[in-house]
Ligand binder design. Structure first.
Ligand SMILES: [Zn+2]
Ligand SMILES: [Zn+2]
Length: 439
């Protein structure tokens, strides 16, 4: 919120500046824009769910091949890697994620997605690029085009990585496991962007340090001894135990974790019992945990295990009826840490290209992104992801004036101002890469 109110004065005065000082890169990107917009609309209208990005992967491969990249498909699922060697110099990796979400689009746009598919439980669901990955892919191809067109201005290796299954936290892991940093040139810098549903189009927000959070999903099965609701003294009621657990978990953040360390423990789901007068045998809880520091994440999990067990012990349950705490390690996402030196360099490059007034300092958020994994392999590669403003000007100004809430990422109503967003994304990413090649 702080960011939004700070941004407004800059917003009101900056557009005329940009219009007056058109950069060469901007001119070139504008010339590509009709083609890029067509690509965006095609991607937007053909979203595919995580693990199903087959056609999207093919489109990315086709675009990169047409630009002269050496393309490898099906890396870690439907991942695509494009390599372009352009003499001796650093290797710069640019990543875009490719999956859509099970959402029925309600933007009312003429180009809205009408795709329907079956989810893993065989239920019909709508599919939508509700996280803006279509913007990411279009900016990605647009940047590749610019870097190819301007290949006389840089030396090195450009590595384009279209990564699937981001929304389930699996794609980056799978691509790394399949040898992304061993079978291909190992990058010196790893760059990414994510569209923002709170920053206006035409602007970028970037910050060194933590950008996105550790994300963990935890299931707790609370066991008891069921029976008749009229004879509670003959039972151990798991609904009561689960209630105690939910309340006790609140003390982890308030009394165990340092107040200086961000930490979220949310019980998002609680289910148990079948009827008014039956005390059930178990209750199931589903939690999401967020933090930045890995130690805090481990502290959260240890505390959850200790507290749940302690409550079972206090209820007199035998060991075989202690709560079962299951951490979904396969879906665990580490926080994204923007390497400060790289983030600061990119900030300077982007400011240079789109104007200082259009580059905001972003605050870390508690959302997650598996982009962070690219910086957490044994190679300890410096990574940076920046936020690419996507909100239409009029909507943004309305929200500042009236306090109206903007549709968030993953909302069925999220509709970025795609022409300006893509143009800014291509300029910001291309300028960053060019400077990194030439440093
Ligand atoms: Zn998302
Ligand atoms: Zn996303």
């Amino acid at each position: 919120m702080k960011r939004i109110s700070l941004a407004l004065p800059a917003l009101l005065c900056s557009y005329s500046l940009v219009a007056a000082d058109v950069t060469l890169l901007q001119k070139q990107v504008k010339a590509d824009l009709p083609q890029l917009e067509a690509l965006y609309l095609a991607l937007h209208q053909a979203p595919e769910l995580s693990y199903h990005e087959k056609e999207t992967g093919k489109t990315m491969a086709k675009e990169l091949k047409a630009l002269g990249f050496d393309v490898t498909e099906n890396v870690g699922g439907y991942g695509v890697v494009g390599i372009l060697k352009n003499g001796k110099g650093p290797t710069v990796m640019i990543r875009a994620d490719t999956d859509g979400l099970p959402i029925i689009e309600q933007t009312g746009k003429s180009y809205a997605s009408t795709v329907k598919t079956l989810d893993k439980n065989n239920n019909e669901v709508g599919v939508m690029h509700g996280c803006g990955h279509d913007i990411h892919m279009t900016s990605f191809i647009g940047s590749a085009k610019q870097l190819v067109k301007n290949n006389g201005k840089w030396r090195g290796t450009l590595m384009m990585v279209a990564q699937p299954a981001e929304e389930v936290g699996a794609g980056a892991k799978a691509m790394i496991k399949e040898g992304l940093f061993d079978k291909f040139p190992r990058p010196d810098h790893v760059l990414g962007l994510h569209v923002s549903a709170s920053v206006p189009a035409g602007k970028v927000a970037i910050a060194p340090g933590y950008a996105l959070a550790n994300v963990d999903s935890v299931d707790i099965t609370v066991k008891g001894k069921g029976g008749h609701g009229a004879y509670p003294h003959t039972t151990v009621d798991p609904v009561v135990l689960a209630s105690r657990i939910v309340m006790s978990l609140q003390t982890i953040n308030s009394r165990e974790i340092s107040p200086l360390e961000p930490s979220v423990i949310t019980v998002g789901s609680i289910h148990g019992g079948s009827k008014h007068n039956i005390i059930s045998n178990e209750v199931k809880l589903q939690l999401t945990l967020r933090s930045y520091n890995r130690d805090i994440r481990n502290q959260q999990i240890a505390a959850i295990k200790r507290i749940t067990k302690g409550i079972a012990v206090s209820a007199g349950l035998e060991e075989d009826l202690y709560p079962v705490v299951y951490v979904h390690e396969e879906e665990s996402i580490p926080s994204t840490y923007n390497a400060p030196a790289l983030a600061n360099k990119m900030k300077a490059s982007i400011e240079n290209e789109i104007g200082k007034d259009n580059v905001l300092k972003s605050e870390p958020v508690m959302a997650g992104e598996d982009f962070g994994l690219f910086g957490r392999t044994e190679h300890k590669l410096p990574i940076t992801i920046f936020w690419l403003g996507g909100v239409e000007q009029s909507l943004y100004q309305q929200s500042v004036k009236n306090g109206t809430t903007l549709p968030s990422l993953h909302s069925s109503k999220f509709a970025p101002d795609y022409p300006l967003t893509i143009e800014t994304g291509v300029r910001a990413m291309t300028a960053s890469a060019l400077d990194l090649f030439n440093q």
